[in-house]
Design a protein around this ligand. Structure first.
Ligand code: ADP
Ligand code: GLC
Length: 480
């Protein structure tokens, strides 16, 4: 098949979270399976500075209509592996910036223009480049306008750009909601600013457009596919999601075993596998040392790697600060984002510096070391569309402590509830229930044979993307 993907992040070129890992791994898996895959991403500074992009060639010049203006741009392309082409939609004014979405303090004010330009750029490239796509598959709000813009452009030019469109919701909490006046920038017919179109409480909502106008809608776990149809998790789009219930499916993400695999991981000081865990001990020592702790420490290490946002349950961890102060354990956090959470975690680390550390930055190597060197991975999310770190943890022999939401339910089994199959510990998304799980973790850690059995079960799990990608292949084929 000829498959075109479009999204705002792509590992290893630009990443703020799991979206990058998921799009990177899915497109790699599809190209390995012999499909002709093209991925469109904005030509961010970080992407253009990546060594793979050094040889990118300019393949097209763009003139994009945005309300009553025409903005120029261009398309550059490089091919990082057979069957896979990465296309960059470039315009310095929009994408030659430090971060993809904001300056660290707040989102860029022209994000609507930036991502409408991106979506229009993709459609224009498909038109000029004659891609003959079987499927155009777009991800999250930044690429959510694509299905609708594509059909509109086909109508206007009397042509076919794609047989089918697919839209994947990686996180319904981020919808791309902008003031009504932004609608003019889409140059779509006025009737699409309506309840059955992009209008949403007198604003425009780009994700709503993706959900309504794609031929098929997917999300990243079966559980989340159900959850987003409820007011509790739908973030105001539950009604819209319900209208697509027949075309909505949850396909679980996988793990890219060439990147997240302790047996080959170049970020680790030593490699290891389920049959020989000695390298994991070396990782532990390195992690303790790098976090400012004595390497002789023998008790449990709790690790966390996440964006600091309400989603990740940081407040439940903070509410349990006395737990970490009272017990002989270590808490090692890597994450940046929300200022208040960062400050409170720093305060906690300052209160008990011998037990808690925070690295407030994005650090790819450190994220691997925490997965490898910890005993428990803490992920008490309020909601979690899929979640990747709990899968990485299991494969790295680190027992995940997760809440019972979204993809966490689809990927972790509680070891107290199901002693024969358990691979982790589960709690409800609140501070008291997390505390109970942390207590159970201490008990588990002191029972070595039981801990080792749970660890082995986690390491034996198959989360591979080849399984995950075949779900998408089936979906594409069915829809075609
Ligand atoms: P989400 O996409 O909601 O952030 P996921 O669990 O799906 O959550 O994926 C998060 C990805 O981002 C993982 O690969 C994780 O290791 C990575 N990540 C998050 N925060 C950081 C950080 N501060 N430094 C390095 N990697 C990070
Ligand atoms: C989103 C979700 C996360 C998911 C990731 C990749 O960022 O928050 O749960 O794993 O997308 O699909």
């Amino acid at each position: 098949m000829k498959i075109v993907h479009a999204g705002s992040e792509l590992f290893p070129y630009i990443k703020t979270g799991g979206l990058a890992d998921a799009v990177g791994a899915l497109t790699a898996a599809l190209s390995d399976n012999g499909h002709e895959v093209s991925v469109f991403v904005p030509g961010y500074r970080a992407v253009l500075e990546h060594r793979d992009a050094a040889g990118a060639t300019r393949t097209m010049r763009l003139k994009i209509e945005l309300a009553d203006q025409f903005l120029s741009g261009d398309v550059r392309m490089f091919s990082p592996r057979p069957n896979l082409k990465v296309y960059l939609i470039c315009r310095e004014e929009f994408f030659d910036r430090q971060g993809p979405y904001g300056n660290g303090e707040r989102d860029y004010e022209d994000n609507a223009d930036r991502f409408i330009f991106f979506c229009k750029g993709v459609v224009e490239a498909l038109r000029l480049g004659d891609f003959g796509a079987d499927v155009v598959h777009s991800h999250d709000w930044q690429a959510a306008l694509l299905p609708l813009l594509l059909r509109e452009t086909e109508r206007r030019h009397g042509t076919t750009l794609a047989l089918k469109t697919v839209f994947t919701i990686h996180n319904i909490a981020y919808q791309g909601v902008f003031p009504a006046k932004i609608f003019a920038r889409t140059n779509l017919p006025d009737e699409l600013y309506s309840m059955d179109g992009l209008e949403y409480y007198s604003q425009i909502n780009l994700m709503k457009g993706g959900i309504l106008f794609a031929d098929r809608v997917t999300t990243v776990s079966p559980r989340y596919a159900k959850e987003i149809q409820t007011p509790e998790f739908g973030c105001g789009l539950d009604g819209v999601a319900q209208t697509r219930a027949d075309d909505l499916v949850g396909l679980l993400n996988g793990v890219d075993n060439s990147i997240w695999n302790p047996a080959v991981d170049p970020h680790l000081p030593a490699r290891y596998s389920a049959v020989n865990l000695s390298g994991k001990h070396v990782c532990r020592l390195d992690l303790l040392k790098r976090s400012g702790f004595a390497p002789e420490f023998k008790g449990p290490i709790f690790g966390m790697v996440c964006r600091l946002t309400e989603q990740k349950g940081i407040d439940f961890v903070l509410a349990n600060r006395d737990f970490f102060a009272a017990h002989e354990c270590r808490l090692i956090v890597l994450g940046s984002g929300d200022r208040r959470m960062e400050e409170e975690l720093l305060e906690l680390a300052a209160e008990v510096p011998q037990k808690v550390s925070l690295a407030a930055k994005h650090d790819e190597a450190m994220s691997h070391l925490i997965e490898a060197g910890s005993d428990f991975f803490v992920m008490p999310s309020v909601f979690e569309p899929c979640g990747l770190n709990q899968m990485y943890s299991q494969l790295y022999g680190t027992v995940p402590i997760v809440s019972r939401v979204g993809g966490l339910v689809d990927t972790v089994v509680d070891a107290d509830e199901d002693p024969a199959l358990g691979t982790g510990l589960m709690c409800d998304p609140n501070a008291a229930s997390l505390r109970d799980a942390l207590q159970r973790a201490l008990v588990l850690f002191s029972d070595r044979p039981r801990y080792l059995a749970i660890q082995q079960r986690g390491m034996a799990k198959n989360f591979s993307w080849s399984r995950a990608a075949s779900g998408y292949e089936r979906l594409y084929q069915e829809s075609l």
